[in-house]
Ligand binder design. Sequence first.
Ligand code: GLN
Length: 388
Amino acid sequence: MHKLADRLDHFSDSIIRRMTRIANQYDAINLSQGFPDFDPPPELITALKQTADSGPHQYEITWGSAEFRQLLAKKQQKLMNIAVDPNENILVTCGSTEAMMCAVMTVCNPKDKVIIFSPFYENYGADAILSDATPIYVPLIPPTFEFNKEQLRQAFAQGAKALILCNPSNPCGKVFTRQELEYISELAIEFDTYIITDEVYEHIVYEPYQHLYLASFPGMKERTITCSSLSKTYSITGWRLGHIIADKAIIDGCKMIHDFLTVGAAAPLQKAACAGLAFNENYYHQLTKTYSQKRQLFLDGLDKLGLTYYPPQGAYYVLVDISAFNPFATDLEFCEWLIKEIGVAAVPGSAFFKEPEYRYIRFHFAKKESTLLAALGKLSKLKEKLPC
Ligand code: GLN
């Protein structure tokens, strides 16, 4: 038999999703893969039931239903402060996972270089590799996760075709400042580089931090490909609804890739999700408030346990420093022990960091308060149960 494709040699399965499978096997509380254990807003569930009766049940137009694109355009142009035409500037995708892959494939030729900040959401490495592009990793340096300006400039100067910007950042919770985004914009313009953003946590930002859309910075609209999703905003990660917003020339390219990758996102789910896209500002304020409370509860719990972590400015993850816990050869081993002996699942930091010297694990707190309290209760046994 011929060997399967060489590209399979360059990445593994998703460690995040692998941790969920192990957590399920041991019935552990799953704070690894980031998804809620509470229901989406009732309006979405009602709309989903109605859609079962009224349809659509056949293909939607490949780049997304007209109603979905109109509502999304209205919502995003207000937030992003740029004109968004529902016909020219939007592509609806199967989650932001497809959006990001589609964006990278639209921009990159084989051997093109793509800058990725490390730590990074693990899909980006695979997106680059599957597009035959070469990642250049630039560290966000703990504990503040700032980048070194000169190092970033050098990465751009290597002729990078694109940079991937996850803001707010998964896994570290960094929210990029205006100054940082201005600097990235200057470099992108100077070196003629596209910026592909992943802004799925755009509505989950903690005071006093503020989410700024890179596409709204001077000179950036025409070179920014804004990817996001409905998964986190409406607690519907399983609906797999994402989108790309960009200038027409870019969206036309993305539409071609998307057309042959997936044909389209699920038609009935697009229809039902319109109930969420039509929400007014109160919904998003309440979402921020809900996540601020969960964040506080979980971080207070980590404080009581004497664990060291980086307080997230946005998103719903927290990186906990495990460098003091040394009996394990790798952070993966630590996480496997944590699932089996403590009953809580986390993601090993090595799934996100290119730098081998860091020892972090990532928890998420998109869970009911009762789940978070139960997890903290189990984690209170951590130090006493550690093997010597
Ligand atoms: N974004 C979530 C995480 O980082 C879920 C990832 C996924 O499996 N799509 O955990």
